[in-house]
Design a protein around this ligand. Structure first.
Ligand code: SAM
Ligand code: SF4
Length: 328
């Protein structure tokens, strides 16, 4: 039986965090210092993740995205990718990465069966990259993107977090970069998932403002109709036929009504929403329970899913875990 929640939403999309560690420190996700990471024995082993996915597939999961923290700091990630790519029923396997270690691992990941990749990149400006990530790694990310193109990855997408009074000057150069390379830029509205409570509505660069900038500087955008209605991004193509952009407008246009996602944290907690307060411990089942126990736990988590997050309401309570520890 498939995973349908009490609002009739079908869940076939699983995001798996493989680590809460990261090699950079984006200010809207991780504090610069003093981060407490999960001890190794609390983190799911590859065999446990593989078993989880095998069971989830029997419940209708078809899309799997590997994320983190930074997934490429997890040792031997291609070994996991190979295991997941081999699972019958996984129709779509993707990775989200900050790209810093991607150049060195792109070939091994490709050989393991990975084709779809999202690289997180907010700016093409070295100083702003340093300001956002507190690291000087822009050149490595750009090189990795070229390596992935040469290897034949596709689609390659870029995730750019849109923070007001910070990245305005990056919006158009990123779109041009994407247009020149056949890469879709996905602008993601800054969400209240940082570890230090820096977020407020006034710091969100809204999708409509980005659209206005792109249309003013590059040319008209046309919304692409007929895409997957459950995909979080609203997609547009440039009217001149060159390139497309997407918007993950979680703040200004929440897409909860179409949500099809569940999330497995690196320490084996199942979450029905990025912003969920409650979570289901599946690690204990993976370490001592049956597949049937696991199925029951996944079903129960999905059944308990709320209608949607309340970022836009005064009732909003930020989740107890920041982004890097949930898996974005
Ligand atoms: N380290 C990888 C990366 O940066 O892509 C994977 C994990 S990261 C948590 C996943 C995505 O979350 C990133 O691509 C970034 O775009 C997004 N992200 C992180 N913090 C965010 C925030 N506060 N608001 C919106 N998006 C955020
Ligand atoms: Fe690391 Fe990704 Fe968080 Fe940036 S957004 S600190 S790259 S986990």
């Amino acid at each position: 039986m498939n995973l349908v929640d009490s609002f009739g939403r079908l869940h076939d999309n699983l995001r798996i965090s493989v680590t809460d560690r990261c090699n950079i420190r984006c200010f809207y996700c991780m504090p610069e210092a003093g981060v407490k990471f999960q001890p190794h024995d609390q983190i799911l082993r590859f065999e446990e993740i593989e078993r989880f996915v095998r069971v989830a597939v029997t419940l209708g999961v078809r899309k799997v995205r590997v994320t983190g923290g930074e997934p490429l700091v997890r040792k031997d990630l291609p070994v996991l990718i190979r295991k997941l790519a081999a699972i019958e029923g996984v129709q779509d396997l993707a990775l989200t990465t900050n790209g810093v270690l991607l150049g060195e691992q792109a070939r091994a990941l490709y050989d393991a069966g990975l084709r779809r990749i999202n690289v997180h990149l907010d700016t093409l400006d070295r100083e702003r990259f340093k300001q956002i990530t507190r690291r000087d790694d822009l050149a490595k990310v750009l090189e990795a993107i070229e390596i992935c193109r040469e290897l034949g990855y596709g689609p390659i997408k870029i995730n750019a977090v849109a923070v007001k009074n910070l990245v305005e000057a990056d919006i158009v150069p990123l779109a041009r970069f994407g247009r020149e390379r056949g890469i879709e830029i996905r602008y993601i509205e800054f969400m209240p998932l940082d570890a230090q409570n820096l977020w407020d509505r006034g710091r969100v660069l809204l999708a409509e403002d980005i659209i206005a900038m792109l249309e003013r500087e590059i040319g008209p955008l046309e919304e692409i109709a007929g895409g997957d209605p459950r995909a979080p991004a609203t997609e547009y193509r440039f009217a001149d036929g060159i390139g497309r952009v997407g918007f993950i407008a979680s703040v200004s246009r929440p897409f909860c009504l179409n949500c099809n996602r569940i999330r497995l944290t690196a320490d084996g907690k199942l979450r029905y929403c990025l912003f969920a307060i409650e979570e289901t411990d599946v690690r204990s089942i993976l370490r001592g329970g049956s597949d049937e126990d696991l199925r029951a736990a996944i079903r129960a988590n999905v059944s308990a899913k709320w209608l949607g997050h309340e970022i836009n309401s005064t009732q909003f309570v930020p989740p107890p875990r920041p982004m890097y520890s949930i898996g974005g």
